[in-house]
Design a protein around this ligand. Sequence first.
Ligand code: 3PG
Ligand code: MG
Length: 378
Amino acid sequence: MSDYLTIGNVDVGGLNVLVRSDLNVPLIDGAVADDFRIRAALPTLVGLVGNGAVVTVCSHLGRPKGHDPTLSLEPVATHMSALTDLEVGFRQGGQITVLENTRFLAGETSKDPATAQWLVEGVDLFVQDAFGSVHRAHASTVGVAERVKSLAGPLLDAELKALGRFVGDPDRPYTVVLGGAKVSDKLAVIENLLPLVDRMLIGGAMCFTFLVARGIEVGESLVQDDMVEAVRGLLGGPHGRKIILPVDIATGSRFSEDAERHVVAVSEIPEGSVGLDIGPETGAGFWELIDSSASVFWNGPMGVFEWERFRNGTEHVARAMAACDGFTAVGGGDTVAALRLLDLDGSISHLSTGGGAGLQLLEGRVLPGVAVLERWVP
Ligand code: 3PG
Ligand code: MG
């Protein structure tokens, strides 16, 4: 992994410091619906203010096409203000100034030089703390760091160290648990991690593509037909035996919150029904494997956990993660949200603020927002 400077002993007193945080949080009716990322970003900002820096923070929010008032960072600034005794200003003023959504700037995603230059105007020091965004080579993540002295913030540093363990020399047994809807989102991670892990547990809707690759009929469950061949290759490959698939499934008569729930063996998924969660026997088996591990990384719910009837599998994995005495890390917005819903977020060694960024790190890819920091290492 590339090298970078951290805030460490840097004297920031009197400096104009621009911080890139990942404040890309879900909003509902113009208010912050989940403040995990805001809470994670705050200690860096508060620490810099405490050390005498003049702090401005920038972030993107959502994927606006041009200016979109529903994706303003103003509610984030308001929410941040409620979480700290410091004065938080939006666009101007305050001990922490929150800039407007960087994606309202036409040159943000194209890493336009003029946009990056505008962002660093009057800035003495840039602190990259947006772990969730360092896989994007944008003006506010890479462009600014090409122009002004740049360091990694404490959150970014902690994320890289924690998740770096899973591609380094993790304590064993080492288990990876993957869920979520799409195999295509996780294929590169599976390919990179499979040789390293002791076992890989697969749940969520993506397990149906694996089951189909094994010749099992899965009714109306979600299957990515164009992924079946690749998955078959993994299952039949040199590390295929490390892949642990569900043995039972909780199905519904249709994709609906109030669908009747039936638990069946994977070989007996009725025609016309849809798999919405892993079954209890699978959950118990996954529990054993997680609880007995020394390192576990988990990304992706095991089923439609938002629906109480199909939450059981995700809850099994969440409780096993919390019970495990090893080093446990969880990434992905949905997965962290599930842990928070179950009030288990305090029992995990490392809760990552990254979704895609964490996956790209585990894919072994260079994160451009981190790589660019290397130029400031003497
Ligand atoms: C995320 O939520 O994954 C990050 O904030 C990155 O957002 P993006 O995928 O819109 O770049
Ligand atoms: Mg624990």
